[in-house]
Design a binder for this molecule. Structure first.
Ligand code: PLP
Length: 395
C-alpha cells in the first residue's frame, strides 16, 4: 500500500468537488445544466497578447527563463503596472514572476512560516489560503466577516486576533468568494489596527482592476505608509484582469529579502512559468488596457442584475458586489423549507431539482452561503436565476 504523507492527507476535499463532479455527470448524460461555478472570466485573452506570445515563440524564447524569477523585461513591466495602477514604487529586484498568483502565495507562505506560526485569515476566504498555510506548517486563525458590515472584518476583530505567534495577515480585496471590497478608508482602518505589530500583510489584489460602484477606488495596502511598504507583499496576476487564467502567470512584489527567499524556493521547484509567457506578461501589462475596462463594465452590469434578482428571492440576502465577478448570498433562510442543513446539501438539491450549479460556501469557511459567478453571459444568468426563483419563490 502506497503511504501518503500526513501533509498531503490533511488537505480538505470540500463539498465543492462533490457538486462539480455531479454537475459534470449530469451534463455528460445530456442534462442542460446552468453553471454558476466558474472562477474565471468568460472573455477570450486579448488578441494583441496572443500575437506577442507567437512572436516570442518565433523569436526562439523557448529555453529556461533567465532568471527563472522573471526576465528583466517582465520585472520592469510589473514595476510599470504597479506604478500606473497602484501608485506603488517597486524596484525590479523586489519583484518575482510566478506560475499564477497561486504559486506566488505558496512561495511566500513557504518563505515565511515556521511550524506553529499563525496566519490571520478573514472569512470568507479563497479556498487555497488555508490549505497552503497548513502545507507550510502554519496555523489558520480565521476571523468571521461581519454580515452587518458587508462581510468585511472590522479593524477591532483583527487587532484582537493578533497574538505573539501571528506572522501573517491575509488581506484580499476585492474578495473571492465574497465579491465585496474594502474602501480606501476601511483599508487604512485595518492597517491602523495592525500598526506596530510584528506581522506581514499578504495583500491579494487579484481583482484590483475589476472594481465598481461606491468602492471603485482601490488603495493598495503597501501605499499606506513607509511601515506598510516594508511589511506588505502585494500579489497579482494576469489571470483575472486580462482573461489569462490558463496561461499561468502571476507576480508579487515586496521586501527584497523575502522576494529573494521566494525566488530561491522557486528555482528548486517549478523554475517559474514558461519563458514565452514572461513575454506575454510584458504585453499584458504594458500594451493596451482597453479590454480590462470593457470587462469591468460588463461585470458591473451583470453583477448588479444578479444581485437585484437574488435579493428578490425568498430566504435570500446578499451583499452587493463591489468587484471581481461573484455574488455570495446567504441562503440559510431557505434551509428549513428545502429540508437541507448546510450549503453543500443546498447546492446538491438545487442541482438535482433545477440543474443549476453553484459553489457551496463551506469551501470558503461559511456554510450558510453559496457562491455564484457572473462570469457568464446575461442570458445564461437569467436562465439560471429563473430556475432558482422557481424553487425558492419571491419575497
Ligand atoms: N487569489 C485569489 C483571491 C483568487 O481568486 C485566485 C484565483 O481564483 C488566486 C489567488 C489564484 O490565481 P491564479 O489563477 O493566478 O493562480
Amino acid at each position: 500500500m502506497m503511504q501518503i504523507s500526513d501533509r498531503a492527507k490533511q488537505l480538505n476535499e470540500s463539498a465543492t468537488l462533490a457538486v462539480s463532479a455531479r454537475a459534470a455527470e449530469l451534463k455528460r448524460g445530456g442534462t442542460d445544466v446552468v453553471g454558476f461555478g466558474a472562477g474565471e472570466p468568460d472573455f477570450d485573452t486579448p488578441q494583441h497578447i496572443i500575437e506577442a506570445t507567437k512572436r516570442a515563440l518565433d523569436a526562439g524564447h523557448t529555453r529556461y527563463a533567465k532568471p527563472s524569477s522573471g526576465i528583466p523585461e517582465a520585472k520592469a513591466a510589473v514595476c510599470e503596472k504597479f506604478r500606473r495602477d497602484n501608485r506603488l514604487d517597486y524596484k525590479p529586484d523586489q519583484v518575482i514572476v510566478t506560475v499564477g498568483a497561486k504559486e506566488a502565495l505558496f512561495l511566500a507562505f513557504s518563505a515565511i512560516l515556521n511550524p506553529g506560526d499563525e496566519v490571520l485569515l478573514p472569512c470568507p476566504y479563497w479556498v487555497s489560503f488555508p490549505e497552503q498555510v497548513r502545507l507550510c506548517g502554519g496555523e489558520v486563525v480565521s476571523i468571521m466577516g461581519d454580515e452587518a458590515n458587508g462581510l468585511r472584518v472590522r479593524p477591532e476583530q483583527i487587532a484582537q486576533a493578533v497574538t505573539p505567534k501571528t506572522k501573517v495577515v491575509v488581506f484580499n480585496s476585492p474578495s473571492n468568494p465574497g465579491g465585496f471590497a474594502y474602501s480606501p478608508d476601511e483599508t487604512r482602518a485595518i492597517a491602523a489596527a495592525l500598526t506596530g505589530k510584528d506581522v506581514i500583510v499578504f495583500a491579494d489584489e487579484m481583482y484590483d482592476c475589476l472594481r465598481f460602484g461606491e468602492r471603485r477606488e482601490n488603495l493598495s495596502f503597501a501605499t499606506i505608509s513607509p511601515e506598510w511598504a516594508e511589511k506588505t507583499i502585494t500579489f497579482n496576476a494576469a489571470s483575472k484582469s486580462h482573461a489569462m487564467t490558463g496561461w499561468r502567470v502571476g507576480y508579487a512584489a515586496g521586501p527584497k529579502p523575502l522576494i529573494s527567499a521566494m525566488a530561491k524556493i522557486q528555482s528548486h521547484t517549478t523554475s517559474g512559468t514558461a519563458t514565452f509567457i514572461h513575454h506575454a506578461l510584458v504585453e499584458a501589462l504594458t500594451g493596451s488596457q482597453a479590454h480590462v475596462e470593457k470587462m469591468r463594465t460588463e461585470f458591473e452590469r451583470r453583477g448588479m442584475h444578479m444581485h437585484a434578482r437574488l435579493m428578490a428571492m425568498r430566504g435570500v440576502t446578499c451583499v452587493k458586489p463591489d468587484g471581481a465577478f461573484y455574488c455570495f448570498p446567504n441562503v440559510s433562510g431557505t434551509f428549513s423549507a428545502l429540508d437541507v442543513q448546510n450549503s453543500g446539501d443546498f447546492c446538491k438539491k438545487i442541482l438535482e431539482v433545477v440543474h443549476v450549479a453553484m459553489v457551496p460556501g463551506d469551501a470558503f469557511g461559511m456554510d450558510t452561503h453559496v457562491r455564484l459567478s457572473f462570469a457568464t453571459d446575461m442570458k445564461t444568468i437569467d436562465k439560471g436565476l429563473d430556475r432558482l426563483e422557481k424553487v425558492l419563490g419571491r419575497k
